[in-house]
Ligand binder design. Structure first.
Ligand SMILES: [Cu+2]
Length: 448
């Protein structure tokens, strides 16, 4: 079994020291470090630095920004005025957002230069079971709304045994004011698919885009296991022991929705009435079809701080994550589905069966008596706040075949009611064996 990283286990005394300190820290958010240079410390006392390193694995900036969505949403009763595209949007972009950006490794100046450059959805990250992981959150404020002095937090939704100080739930814990930083500490022991989001003014901040995907790799990863299909796997969704959750490729699909009126209202200093909520767009990983199948962005340039857009798609600069799923005949493909919308969704994959092996970061096998609760389906149901891990096996093909994976509610397959297909849909392209290179990161489709 692969060794997990547990270099600095907390002893009981460390834990009590930390716990006592964070109560003070939670009460006095002004203790959060003002400068980025010392921003890793939860509070001043040296004791904490033994527990909470000031070197984050991931540095997130919370701010506002703009993305691109096709289609129009007129303002009712107006002439040539639109909630979408927003008339305040910069060149190429259309829609106002709140969100996070990955600013890991940037200088302090470059971090602050990312104000009004958030991305949708928030940066995807993953952690190994048992690994210590630190996320530094810096609040850059909202460029379009200096009147809103909102704090931000990181709430890892579904994290079992979370410490209140690192849970990001602002009513029982600390939140990060503008210009300050906090480093969150995690040591996850439950593999599976999760989501994270800001928990401050969450109806607004989550809907405005402060939500992203996270998953935990099981300790079993790296141990070759021969599965019932005769193939050997060394990557798994869960600690299954028998290879039944082994896979060749994995893709995260984060379902969000977008009500254009609310986004326009936030950029125009208006107050949306959330009881009127009526989404115009349904997105996968922050994009709508057909942009969902456009390539991934080219990543963060740490010398300039610029988030580099997908090739030939400058308007998708702040929507970097592709939902295009490519695989070869015989591949097992793990879909990590996340729903953080206001509604329930049924995602359909006609022509291929999916085996649902996990739900809400829980292996669908009884830990008491081993009863198998996994099941085959063409359609995965997701309630609000739920995640599902489903695996399909790509069929034998002699030439590339394309399958559609889409929201079964056809109302969610348009871009604001415009012509043609849009919304929550992506493509699964099955190639003959020998086309693709092994996948090393989720949501990538490397060629040989
Ligand atoms: Cu927030």
């Amino acid at each position: 079994m692969r060794k997990t990283i547990r270099s600095r286990k907390l002893n009981r005394r460390d834990f009590l020291k930390l716990g006592g300190g964070v109560l003070t820290g939670a009460a006095l958010t002004r203790l959060l470090p003002r400068t980025l240079g010392q921003s890793g410390l939860v509070a001043k006392a040296d004791d904490y630095s033994q527990v909470v390193s000031n070197v984050p694995d991931l540095h997130l900036a919370g701010t506002d920004g703009w993305i691109y969505l096709p289609g129009e949403v007129p303002i009712p009763g107006s002439v040539n005025q639109f909630y979408q595209p927003d008339n305040y949007a910069p060149n190429l972009l259309t829609t106002y957002m709140f969100g996070f950006r990955d600013v890991t490794g940037l200088s302090d100046d470059l971090v602050f230069a990312q104000k009004m450059k958030c991305q949708a959805t928030a940066p995807l990250f993953w952690v190994n079971e048992g690994q210590e992981y630190r996320i530094q959150l810096t609040n850059l404020g909202l460029q379009m709304r200096p009147d809103l002095i909102d704090e931000h937090t990181v709430h890892w939704h579904g994290f079992r045994n979370a410490w209140p100080i690192f849970d990001g739930e602002p009513h029982s814990s600390v939140r990060v004011p503008i210009g300050r930083s906090l480093t969150y500490f995690y040591q996850p022991f439950h593999p599976g698919t999760y989501m994270y989001h800001c928990h401050v003014e969450e109806t607004e901040h989550v809907h405005m885009g402060m939500t992203g995907s996270v998953f935990v790799r099981p300790a079993q990863d790296g141990t070759p296991i021969v599965a019932a299909n005769g193939k050997t796997y060394d990557r798994f969704a869960y600690n299954c022991g028998d290879g039944s959750t082994g896979y060749d490729r994995e893709f995260v699909l984060n379902l969000t929705d977008l009500w254009a009126e609310a986004h326009w209202a936030d950029s125009h200093v208006q107050l949306p009435d959330w009881t009127d909520f009526n989404a115009d767009y349904y997105l996968l990983n922050g994009r709508v079809y057909p942009d969902t199948v456009a390539p991934n962005g080219l990543g963060l340039d740490t010398n300039t701080g610029i988030l580099q857009p997908p090739p030939g798609r400058p308007e998708l600069q702040y929507q970097p994550l592709s939902s295009l799923i490519e695989c070869e005949s015989g591949d097992r493909v793990l879909l990590r589905l996340i729903n953080l919308t206001f509604g329930q969704h049924a995602m359909s994959l006609p022509g291929m069966k999916m085996r649902v092996v996990g739900k809400d970061a829980t292996h669908l096998r009884s830990s008491y008596d081993g009863t198998d609760y996994t099941y085959d389906t063409h359609t995965v149901y997701l309630g609000t706040g739920a995640t599902v891990d489903a695996i399909f096996t790509a069929p034998e093909v002699t030439e590339t075949q394309t399958y559609l994976f889409y929201n079964r509610n056809f109302d969610r397959l348009t871009n604001a009611g415009g012509q043609g297909y849009g919304g929550q849909m992506t493509e699964i392209r099955v190639h003959p064996a020998g086309t693709l290179a092994p996948q090393t990161e989720p949501n990538t489709n490397p060629r040989l």
